[in-house]
Design a protein around this ligand. Structure first.
Ligand code: PXG
Length: 443
């Protein structure tokens, strides 16, 4: 172990170049540059093998909500590894951490969502959603109720089902056809697509695209609508306040299941326990991952509402679906410790009373910079549209300042820092962003 620590960055980059294939990257470009090798973290900071320190403005990949190196999460993993590192939940078995975690999730989830089906990633959980909602209608005799409506520029994962649900044209173009019976409607992106409409009018208009689609295909064809309460990977698109209530109204009117993909929005990211709480909607199913364990272990799930659970219980018979690591005991123990830590530290109250207003005031100040055309945010999420198509360049300047920010396309920059970030650290984040933007303005 110590021997490895002494290797230099070039050594690790070469090893990586020779044997590792990266997600979402141009391999030729990466091979020229070499990967940034991260090998240490604490609080809201990470370090690379050159010893450079970065404020992690993305909480890893929108997931390290409680920050790095939390002792209670580490202890939970160690203890569970010692007692029972693995057992499955197939064939009528269960484990104690998985049982406790499911109960804990029911405690913090919106009313009527009391059961969780576990998996290891957001993509897998959305695969579960596709099979679950289609089978839900099928067993009740609605064989044609198979279409799932999603949105353009949505992100729901990278498996076949995940990318098919997602509305990323670049992804649909690679690897062949997407799943049948998935339909995409336009997104509620007011700044980019609102035209002359007010945000309220635009939110309603975009929600009514769902009704149009339902009428076009017939309600007897539509199984579910899926959406991220706030689109994350799409660039932190905060929908107008009129959007979600109208979506819910339409789903109820035509008896269509409402699925909230809470993979990013869940577990405090929006300043509430779930994005659905922030927008006051009651989905039938919720996809969770990322912040569930603060990213410490890969664990995800679908929280299933009472209506669907009743049909599963009485009409499904055996549901032929599950993963080896569904409810993995170590991942479950860590997720449980994570939610307990959130409760013990009253993180939601702290966010609402202090961190979120302080962070969003910063977002508004950044929005006034000459290089920024628009700033939007909710909770601990922020998205900035730049005046010019130079987001990638700006991201590089941020890195040089010691800040990790994410560019979405060439026009948008996003922030999603750990929820435990302090006021002083938010000040530091602002200073670094402003320096990067000043540099963008001057070059
Ligand atoms: N749903 C949503 C809303 C997500 O944001 C997934 C599903 C898929 O989760 P897994 O665990 O299968 O990755 C996600 C993941 C980015 C980025 O660059 C975003 C995600 C993943 C990787 C990169 O913004 N979101």
């Amino acid at each position: 172990m110590n021997e490895k620590v002494n290797h230099n960055t070039e050594y690790w980059q070469e090893l990586d170049r020779r044997h590792h294939l990266h997600p979402f990257v141009d391999t030729a470009e990466l091979n020229l540059e070499g990967a940034k090798i991260i090998n240490k973290a604490s609080g809201v900071y990470v370090w690379d093998t050159d010893g450079q320190k970065f404020l992690d403005g993305m909480a890893g990949l929108w997931c390290v909500n409680m920050g790095y190196s939390q002792p209670s999460l580490i202890a939970a993993a160690t203890e569970q590894m010692t007692n029972l590192p693995y057992y499955n939940t197939f064939f009528k078995t269960a484990t104690t951490p998985q049982a406790e975690l499911a109960a804990k999730i029911a405690e913090v989830a919106p009313e009527g969502l009391e059961h969780t089906f576990f998996s290891s990633s957001g993509s897998e959980a959305n695969d579960t959603v596709v099979r679950l909602v289609r089978h839900f209608w099928q067993v009740q005799g609605y064989d044609n109720k198979t279409i799932i409506v999603s949105r353009e520029n949505a992100y729901h994962g990278s498996t076949i089902a995940g990318l098919s649900l997602g509305g990323m044209a670049t992804m649909h173009g690679q690897g062949g056809d997407i799943l049948p019976d998935i339909v995409h409607i336009p997104q509620p992106y007011w700044y980019g697509e609102g035209g002359d409409l007010s945000p309220e009018e635009f939110g309603l208009a975009r929600a009514q695209e769902l009704e149009k689609t339902i009428l076009e295909h017939g309600a007897d064809r539509i199984a579910a609508f899926i959406g991220e309460p706030i689109q994350g990977a799409g660039g932190v698109i905060v929908p107008p306040a009129s959007y979600w209530p109208e979506i819910q109204r339409i789903c109820r009117k035509y008896d269509i299941l409402l699925v909230a993909d809470e993979v990013i929005c869940g577990f405090g990211r929006t300043g509430a326990w779930f994005g659905s709480d922030a927008f006051n909607i009651q989905p039938d199913l919720m996809t969770i991952a990322k912040g569930l364990s603060s990213g410490y272990m890969p664990i995800s799930g679908v929280i299933v509402g009472t209506r669907v659970v009743d049909v599963m219980t009485h009409q499904f018979g055996k549901f032929f679906h599950g993963y080896t690591y569904s409810g993995h005991p170590v991942a479950a123990a860590v997720a449980l410790a994570n939610i307990e830590l959130m409760q013990q530290t009253n993180i939601i109250e702290t966010l609402q009373e202090d961190t979120v207003p302080y962070f969003q005031a910063m977002v508004q100040r950044i929005g006034k910079h000459s290089t920024v055309a628009a700033a939007e945010g909710l909770g601990m999420l922020a998205g900035f549209a730049l005046v010019e198509d130079r987001a990638e360049e700006c991201r590089e300047y941020c890195l040089e300042e010691g800040l990790i920010m994410r560019a979405v396309g060439s026009l948008r920059l996003v922030l999603s820092p750990p929820l435990v970030i302090s006021r002083a650290e938010i000040d530091e984040l602002e200073e670094k962003v402003m320096k990067a933007l000043d540099r963008l303005a001057s070059e």
